[in-house]
Design a binder for this molecule. Structure first.
Ligand SMILES: *Cc1c(COP(=O)(O)O)cnc(C)c1O
Length: 358
């Protein structure tokens, strides 16, 4: 029998993105995908309902209203903004614009699982650089991994799934060491949750450097994961190239309208983000009291470095109807949810047994 149409060798070996599991039973508590546990804000729902009247039309490809709102909100030129179908879509656009066969993309590991997949889809070669023992980016090692073939460096700030953010001084030193023709992508999907004062706002770095792009999303703090909308703020030429590489009409009018409404509801949103940050602190402190040694957490999730017992913990949690994200053989990522669901997680973590006995 014929083996079928030929695929690009670079694609054939890629396992594909593994989403957090969908709860099988209605009773399951899902803390596996870093989603915002709150339902959409009323003003956001109203904007989506209004935009729904127009879905027989293609969306506004220039996203004029949203670009104007973002430019004002972030105090950046609109021409430096490019949208995509979630920040994942934007990463794909950026990689397509910058890296192909023979090129290398340096990224931290363990980090966002989409990075190596998207690099390979672009035809380029992922160069993973292990985190430090404290589960932080090893920026000196990443700088040392940059060579002639490097086109892009991805930094995850704060790092998904381990949690720590990058500090301003180490980032500046790193950027000083990187050639100015290498694009540095600062993935700030969790920016709104960062409270570490040593951590810079990526937009300040973008303003002071010619090769830094800042990635943001409406999926996490804004709670619009299901609408698929994210963006990058980048040097003008890079933003233009990212727009060229976008799926035409990929960002729907529903997503654009929801994003505009969500930006306008910044105060309401800040209350929710504040509540999630408070819960993150509570979960972190309680886990510490239980004896867990967990890294600093600057996103909407915590990291249990369970090592060889990772799968065991995931099964144990699932038996309690709690879905967490296992990254064997490194550890477990648990999203911060509502207080009730967080309490269930804390009970499961305590019942798992003496964590110091790992
Ligand atoms: C969730 C996430 C994204 C983007 O998600 P989208 O839903 O595609 O916007 C990007 N980077 C990291 C590190 C993430 O965790």
């Amino acid at each position: 029998m014929s083996p079928g149409p030929r695929l690009r060798p670079a694609i054939a070996g890629i396992p594909g993105y593994r989403p957090g599991r969908i709860p099988t039973a209605g009773a399951a508590f899902k803390l596996s995908s870093n989603e915002n546990p709150y339902p959409p804000l009323p003003a956001v729902l109203a904007a989506i309902a209004g935009a729904a009247n127009g879905i027989n039309r293609y969306p506004d490809a220039s996203a004029a209203a949203l670009i104007a709102a973002l430019a004002q909100h972030l105090r950046v030129p609109g021409e430096d903004i490019a949208l995509g179908t979630g920040a994942i879509g934007v990463i794909q656009q950026l990689l397509q614009a910058t890296a192909g066969p023979g090129d290398e993309v340096v990224h931290p590991w363990r980090s966002f699982e989409a990075y190596p997949v998207l690099v390979q889809i672009a035809g380029a070669t992922p160069v993973p650089v292990p985190l430090t023992a404290a589960a932080r980016h090893n920026l000196p090692a990443m700088a040392a991994a940059v060579g002639e073939l490097t086109r892009v460096i991805l930094l995850c700030h704060p790092n998904n799934p381990t949690g720590p953010a990058i500090h301003r001084d180490e980032l500046e030193a790193f950027l000083d060491a990187v050639p100015p023709d290498v694009l540095v992508v600062l993935d700030e999907a969790y920016r709104e949750f960062v409270t570490d004062p040593r951590s810079p706002d990526g937009l300040d770095i973008y303003r002071s450097r010619g090769n830094v792009a800042v990635l943001r999303t409406f999926s996490k703090a804004h709670g619009l994961a299901g609408l698929r909308i994210g963006y990058v703020v980048a040097p003008t030429s890079v933003a233009a190239a990212a727009r060229v590489c976008a799926v035409p009409f990929g960002v729907s009018d529903l997503a654009q309208a929801a994003a505009v409404a969500s930006l306008a509801a910044a105060d309401e949103l800040a209350v929710r983000v504040g509540a999630l940050i408070a819960e993150r602190t509570r979960v972190h402190d309680e886990l510490s009291r239980q004896g867990w040694l967990i890294p600093d957490c600057q996103g909407n999730f915590v990291w249990l470095p369970l090592g060889a017992r990772t799968a065991e913990f995931a099964a144990f949690a699932e038996a309690s109807d709690l879905m967490v994200r296992a990254f064997a053989p490194d550890g477990i990522r648990v999203t911060v949810g509502t207080p009730e669901v967080n309490n269930r997680f804390l009970e499961v973590a305590a019942a798992f047994g003496d964590p110091r006995g790992r």
